[in-house]
Ligand binder design. Structure first.
Ligand code: ZN
Length: 686
């Protein structure tokens, strides 16, 4: 462990421009440096480095952060690894605090397992390239499948000959420990023979390129169960170990990670040979989940490098249908999932071998279909003329859409699917809202069950109601009846008969709204202002930071304010990983919050969600409204407070005080009217 004092020393020494320049050519432009973004493919530079604030930001893909973030993202380092990297660069000698015996043992075990696997790799490669059997059986097999030598080497392919204990004997004479050989599965559990025999070998690398495991493909061509012989499994794999957790590894990820970032897309295929053939054809952003359906760990691995996932399927629709079920998990991770079916009889390997990389790209680009629409089409075909099945289909599709955390994306899908399914959009919204409400409820219940769950967190403003009143058509006013009581008597609030407005009635709704914008869009640059949403909001409400009614919201706003002053970057990830569980939970809730635009929008502007521009174009307006609502509420509070003072002074006959407070009241009323008129929230009848 690196002691905190040294962490600070390293961070103090670090210059963002010097770190970035190790990877990206930068040119000075004004106070900033700019270059081509290493995280997404671009021809004109939009990657900015700000030496004064010690941060970088790409205006193309939105990646931003400090030196640590840069190294974590660009080099796939962990936090401590990034610190060590910086320490080396700046010649700071780290005196590491001693690790616990358990940590030491764990690290040592992992190291030893990698060493044994590395021995295995060398052995299998030697057998492939340097022995007659290897050359005639395995090398010729790989060549027949179209692989060149450099590809074979890049993927650590090898050969395990048809011998009882060749590897075992060599490993022992090289001094390797038998227990470790058993543990990584290079020999049988009784230690008498090799585990992989008469197989071509595929090394499975972890993200940093170390061999975590092997897969062996049989060289026996007897059909399974054929001719009374023993059935040989086509592929066998190393067992799971401390260094090989199957559901966290994607085959080819090490070779593919750079290309995935550059192309901002990850291709997912089924087999090892698919990955290797595509890579050789110049399509390097490709990984395989090796047979199992995608796990959350694997999706996170992809998510760290891109949000775009294209899955290539071969085979029959029934098999594909089963595979689709697992994909809701990908939607939950906010990945954009596309599906591409290869022409009959082809898998990615055979297709690219026959037609070449260029044609492969053309085909997969032209034939990739958005997952939701793909699924809809597939199921529609199946339920033709069966209304009951059809109803199930609608539920199924909406179930998938409800998993998408991004509200705008969700509404686009609901609209499109309404047309495809010929079901009114409203009905789909209701169904989706029900599902989301259930999920949120479950999450809340789960959080409540957990010991130590914060009890002082205010309940989130109810964000939605299920059912048909979700998009009331005749919603007139904005202020819900429950809040009207706080308004001074000379105000008339148009009352809405639609009860659903109440969902925003939480006393701290306006504050929550500000915090929502800070967390969701704090880093977005306002097109006209050339400053971020965070900067805009916080400069505007600087004086009210101490006046938040809700301590949690106030805490977040103040923290953002401090961070801005210190030139630090805050974004969704910062809040999601916040050291305070309350803040992290709130961030997740806000991100998961459905229909964030709709209630206010519809109520205030009588402007249906469906006609709204996308949030990127929209948040300037969204933000100004949030500010107005926030300020309006503050002014209203002051009005009410001051009015009480006027009344008290009047009762006690203190004429002078009464006049003073009346004057203040007049000023407050003016301010209030001004904001209210701009916000269009209330109608003044005076
Ligand atoms: Zn970028």
């Amino acid at each position: 462990m690196i002691p905190p004092k040294q962490v600070q020393e390293i961070l103090d020494a670090t210059r963002i421009e010097e770190v970035v320049e190790d990877f990206v050519t930068l040119k000075r432009r004004g106070v900033n440096l700019i270059g081509l973004c290493p995280f997404h493919g671009e021809r004109t530079p939009s990657f900015n480095v700000n030496p004064a604030r010690n941060i970088f930001k790409c205006f193309g893909c939105g990646k931003a952060g400090d030196s640590i973030t840069f190294l974590k993202e660009h080099e796939n380092l962990t936090y401590p690894e990034a610190l060590r990297w910086l320490a080396r660069k700046y010649n700071i000698e780290i005196q590491e605090v001693e690790r616990s015996p358990e940590q030491m043992a764990e690290a040592q075990l992992a190291d030893s397992l990698y060493i044994v696997n590395d021995f295995g790799l060398q052995h299998f490669q030697k057998q492939l390239f340097e022995t007659d059997e290897g050359k005639s059986v395995a090398l010729s097999y790989f060549r027949k499948r179209g692989l060149r030598e450099e590809t074979i080497r890049a993927f650590g392919l090898g050969y395990a000959p048809d011998e009882r204990d060749l590897l075992l004997r060599k490993a022992k004479s090289a001094g390797h420990n038998l227990d470790l050989l058993k543990k990584v599965g290079l020999c049988s559990q009784d230690g008498s023979r090799d585990f992989f025999r008469a197989r071509v070998m595929f090394a499975i690398h972890n993200l940093s390129g170390k061999v975590a495991a092997f897969a062996g493909r049989t060289m026996h061509s007897s059909p399974p169960g054929g001719a009374g012989g023993v059935t040989v499994p086509k592929y066998i794999n190393s067992p799971e170990t401390e260094i090989y957790v199957k559901n966290k590894i994607l085959y080819g990820a090490f070779q593919a990670k750079k290309a995935i970032r550059q192309q901002d897309e990850c291709l997912l295929v089924e087999g090892y040979m698919d990955v290797i053939s595509l890579y050789q054809a110049g399509i390097e952003n490709v990984v395989a989940s090796s047979g199992t359906s995608l796990t959350e760990g694997q999706l996170q691995l992809i998510r760290r490098n891109t949000t775009n996932l294209k899955i290539l399927y071969d085979g029959d629709p029934a098999g594909i249908k089963a595979a689709l079920r697992g994909l809701d998990l990908a939607l939950e991770q906010d990945l954009n999932v596309k599906i591409c079916l290869l022409p009959d009889g082809h898998d990615p390997d055979s297709y690219v071998q026959e037609f070449g990389g260029e044609q492969f790209l053309k085909y997969t680009t032209e034939n990739a279909k958005d997952f939701i629409f793909f699924k809809t089409d597939l199921l529609l075909e199946e339920t033709k003329g069966d209304p009951i099945k059809r109803a199930g289909l609608v539920k199924d599709i909406v179930g998938s859409i409800a998993k998408i955390p991004d509200t705008i994306k969700r509404s686009v899908y609901l609209r499109e699917c309404s047309a495809l399914l010929q079901v009114p959009e409203q009905a789909l919204y209701s169904e989706a809202n029900k599902l989301i409400a259930n999920t949120l409820k479950k999450r809340e219940e789960k959080a409540a069950r957990q010991p130590g769950a914060a009890s002082d967190v205010p309940p989130a403003a109810p964000t939605m109601r299920s059912g048909d009143e979700f998009f009331p058509s005749d919603m007139g006013g904005y202020f819900p009846p429950s809040e009207a009581g706080e308004l001074p008597p000379d105000w008339e609030t148009p009352r809405s008969s639609a009860p659903s407005v109440e969902r925003n009635a939480g006393a701290e709704f306006q504050e929550r709204d500000i915090v929502r914008l800070l967390i969701l869009y704090g880093q977005h640059v306002l097109p006209e202002e050339n400053i971020t949403v965070g900067e805009y909001l916080l400069t505007d409400i600087e004086e009210s930071l101490g006046d938040f009614d809700n301590p949690l919201y106030g805490k977040i706003a103040s923290e953002c304010h401090t961070m801005l002053a210190e030139g630090k970057v805050f974004d969704q990830h910062y809040f999601i990983q916040h050291e305070s569980g309350d803040v992290a939970n709130l961030a997740i809730d806000l991100l998961a919050e459905p229909w964030e635009f709709s209630p206010n929008w519809e109520a205030m502007w009588n402007y249906p969600l469906q006609n709204q521009p996308m949030p990127e174009l929209n948040f300037t307006l969204d933000m100004r409204q949030a500010l107005d609502r926030f300020k309006l509420r503050k002014v209203q509070k002051m009005c009410a407070l001051n009015l009480a003072r006027v009344q008290t002074a009047s009762k006690s006959g203190d004429h002078e005080a009464m006049m003073r407070f009346m004057k203040i009241q007049q000023k407050l009323n003016e301010t209030r009217n001004e904001i209210a008129l701009r916000a269009g929230t209330v109608v003044l009848v005076k």
